[in-house]
Design a protein around this ligand. Sequence first.
Ligand code: FES
Length: 101
Amino acid sequence: MPRVTFVPDGKTVEVPAGTSILDAAEAADVDLPSNCGGVCACTTCHVWVEEGLDSLSELEDREDDKLNEAAGLAPTSRLGCQACVSTGDVVVRIPHNRIAS
Ligand code: FES
């Protein structure tokens, strides 16, 4: 199964192919907010993909449109509730302003 590692938490979890980054975060007990409940209607689940961008599901138009509203948008940005793992390992960074203190 593919592994998802969360930075800066440093937690790694193995999840079945098709699992979203958001669900992987929950499985890893990593705090990744999801204010809209994972329906691509907010940007709180925004992450930067540091490794394995090509291993994620395709960026759909709806996600792309919503991502444009995200603070700190980068070429490797994805919405955690929309990006799903396939066969490869992935490393994602949660923007520091999303981490609960
Ligand atoms: Fe709202 Fe992902 S949880 S867009």
